[in-house]
Design a protein around this ligand. Structure first.
Ligand code: PLP
Length: 470
């Protein structure tokens, strides 16, 4: 199995290098040269298997022999043992047509755990084999830092440094990060804004000597292995609802387009996923693209569903690569136009090809709140978070084939967004037992000034990669 860059000018890589590299050297994103194919019989054979076994079967072809099947099975089982639900990603039926796929039973109560719990273990396994160490640095506004920390905690060959703006995250968000006391986890509360945090992380990556000395790396949403791990639950849920002998539609609350691109991957592998419906909040660049064929950036407005507050969707480039006939030079030209002018347009034929598979839908703030209320009233007190509500509202609004099941991906636990949920339902959602004592836990963090030298000094002193021990 080889991976090629969407911009056509970086070397093709095998699985291990794609895992550790993230972004391709030509600025592109890696995609498989060809998609592994699952026949109807292969898919039927997944019926009744535990989630981790479906995961091994679906992902193994992507590894191209880089990791042995037994080692991989052990990593997968370990990753999904951290989930609170036996089924890992259980399905809940809302009405005759609609199911909710709960992806929030992991350590940080959001769907990113599904990919990141495996990613941390894959990193560690490959680094151990190579005798290498990496230093992960990242910035968070509060929402996604904890998933990266939980993924990397206690990994032998990984140190992680996450910068958050001091005093500007919610208490739950801060505690989810700072109560992880593992010695390889370093929380930095920066005396500055989220933009300052991001600027410092960028500056560290741009300092070549520093980057090489610390073997800097990131676990961001463009990493191929995250897409790979997300393909699994499309197979697991579709099979549970009758695939391959029945088509299924999926509705995905979307930000960076990683999750819904994984659905597209599952479809390319032979899963009968018929329509993929992209749910957007008021930051609706994708819904506008599917309506017009023009991708046009605007400013970002904060919403009730902050993980979908994006200006551009970085993983969309992977779909664009296919829409442009896998022509890397054409993708490069398109992205150059986008950088220069803030917009690009595809041809009518290319848009029509996208609409064979995708549909977009925008849900505003009032509709998001009304959907939380309505779902709770009509479905026996079932509570959805604001991101999931965008999906539920999109499912109701978009017409699909009669008799075909529609699966809405639930990307966060309602207790992650207690204020919105309480306002919509009159009840404050409770944290699940695993986080019930969050407010009593000891915290550890370091407050640093908004100063590159100070942050680099802090990282150098603590990162084991800088000490040359492997
Ligand atoms: C990250 C995230 C999303 C968006 O997923 P993408 O893969 O970026 O499209 C949606 N909901 C929640 C809760 C998230 O954390």
């Amino acid at each position: 199995m080889r991976y090629i860059s969407t911009r056509g000018a970086a070397p093709a890589l095998g699985f291990e290098d794609v895992l550790l590299t993230g972004l391709a050297r030509d600025g592109g994103l890696y995609v498989p040269e060809t998609w592994p194919q699952f026949t109807a019989d292969d898919i039927r054979a997944l019926r009744g298997l535990p989630y981790s076994e479906v995961a091994v079967r679906v992902m193994l072809p992507f590894l191209g022999g880089a990791i042995s099947e037994s080692d991989f099975r052990a990593l997968v089982q370990d990753a999904y043992a951290t989930f609170d639900h036996d089924a890992v990603t259980p399905l809940v039926q809302l009405d005759q047509r609609t199911w909710v796929l709960e992806l929030f039973h992991g350590p940080t109560l959001a769907f990113k755990d599904v990919a990141l719990q495996l990613l941390g273990r894959l990193f560690d396994h490959v680094l151990e084999k190579r005798g290498e160490r990496v230093t992960i640095v990242g910035a968070t506004s509060g929402d996604t830092g904890s998933a990266a920390i939980e993924a990397c905690r206690d990994r032998h060959n990984v140190d992680i440094f996450i910068l958050h703006p001091k005093g500007r995250t919610s208490e739950v968000q801060r505690r989810q990060m700072t109560s992880v006391l593992s010695s390889n986890v370093h929380n930095i509360a920066l005396e500055g804004s989220f933009d300052d945090c991001q600027d410092l992380v960028k500056a560290m990556f741009n300092d070549t000597a520093f980057r090489d000395k610390l073997n800097l790396s990131a676990v961001n949403s463009i990493n191929w292995a995250r897409i790979m791990a997300q393909i699994v639950y499309y197979f697991a849920s579709a099979v549970a609802l009758g695939a391959p002998d029945r088509e299924i539609d999926f509705v995905v609350p979307t930000g960076n387009f990683g999750n819904v691109y994984a659905a597209y991957g599952a479809r390319a592998m032979g899963l009968p996923a018929a329509k993929l419906i992209v749910g957007s909040n008021t930051n609706d660049i994708l819904a506008r693209f599917f309506a017009s064929g023009t991708m046009a950036a605007q400013g970002v407005t904060p919403t009730l569903s902050p993980s979908m507050d994006i200006q551009i969707s970085s993983n969309f480039e992977r779909l664009l690569f296919d829409l442009l006939g896998r022509d890397g030079a054409a993708v490069e030209a398109c992205m150059r136009t986008f950088r220069a002018e803030g917009r690009f347009t595809v041809t009518d034929a290319q848009l029509a090809a996208a609409l064979e598979v995708f549909a977009g839908h925008r849900v505003d703030e009032d509709a998001t709140m009304a959907t939380i209320t309505d779902t709770w009233r009509r479905h026996g007190g079932y509570t959805v978070d604001p991101h999931t509500a965008v999906g539920v509202a999109s499912a109701a609004a978009v017409k699909t084939a009669p008799g075909r099941p529609v699966v809405v991906l639930a990307t966060a636990h309602p207790a992650k967004f207690p204020d919105a949920v309480e306002k919509a339902t009159g009840r404050r959602p409770v944290l699940p037992p695993r986080l019930g004592d969050l407010y009593e836990r000891e915290e550890r963090l370091s407050v640093l000034p908004n100063d590159l030298g100070a942050v680099q000094g802090f990282v150098t002193q603590r990162a084991r990669a800088a000490q040359g021990v492997a």
